[in-house]
Design a protein. Structure first.
Length: 235
């Protein structure tokens, strides 16, 4: 509920989203001190050849991504993208040569979409495509499962995740087209890995992953649990 309280304070009293203090001018989400802290978390991470993250998870970036995911703040996607030092420099250089660049959002579970009214990964894609001269491609669908994920064994959960996504749009990839799967937080890589798997099965080989945050600590499990603590309906 903190995020809701902070958001209403932001609306009515202009308080910093990260620390709740209103004594300094905001930019518009953060006070100067928290903005400096965010700059320290502005450290990109390359996870092998296939995955790139713009920030490492820290106290401020965690609050901002929380606002994007749970606080009804879709504009936070473009704020974080525009404030990332890595987006225009290292990220562009990290991408292999290509003719057409597509940003592919990880689809949200349908119940999450109903709750939020938007898919945060789609918002990140939109911000990236305007900065990197790419296009947003709503390529993937997500299957729903009826059994609660928490009741399954680890192996069953992995099998569910592996088969959770499918290519829903007919595309004819050309040899030098590049597809970048976009997610908010990189934790174990299981979700984006499942997206890449679905795309490769379809014949899309030239694909990579980028995420807003890289989370290496144990709290990754909390986010993962929050995203999967739903009763999935199997269709
Ligand atoms: Zn602050």
């Amino acid at each position: 509920m903190n995020i809701v309280r902070n958001f209403s304070r932001f609306l009515f009293g202009s308080e910093c989203l990260a620390c709740g203090v209103a004594s300094q001018p905001l930019d518009p989400w953060l006070c100067e001190d928290c903005r400096k802290k965010l700059a320290e978390e502005n450290v990109s991470v390359e996870n092998g050849a296939d995955a790139f993250s713009f920030y490492t998870m820290g106290a401020v970036s965690r609050k901002l991504i929380h606002g994007l995911k749970y606080g009804n703040m879709p504009g936070m996607a473009s704020y974080l993208v525009r404030n990332s030092k890595a987006v225009l420099e290292e990220f562009k250089a990290w991408l292999p040569p290509h003719d057409r660049l597509y940003f592919v959002p990880v689809p949200l579970h349908s119940s999450r979409f109903r709750e939020r009214g938007y898919n945060q990964t789609q918002k990140i894609c939109q911000a990236l495509s305007s900065l990197c001269k790419g296009r947003v491609l709503d390529l993937l669908g997500r299957r729903n499962f009826s059994t609660s994920q928490t009741k399954l064994s680890r192996g069953e959960r992995c099998a569910n995740v592996a088969g959770a996504f499918f290519v829903k749009k007919r595309v004819k990839p050309l040899a030098r087209d590049l597809f970048v799967v976009v997610d908010d937080v990189y934790t174990t890589g299981a979700t984006t890995g499942a997206c890449l798997y679905a795309m490769r099965k379809y014949g899309i080989e030239n694909a990579k992953v980028c995420t807003m945050l890289y989370e290496r600590s144990i709290s990754a499990a909390v986010d993962l649990a929050a995203d999967n603590a739903v009763v999935w309906d199997y269709r």
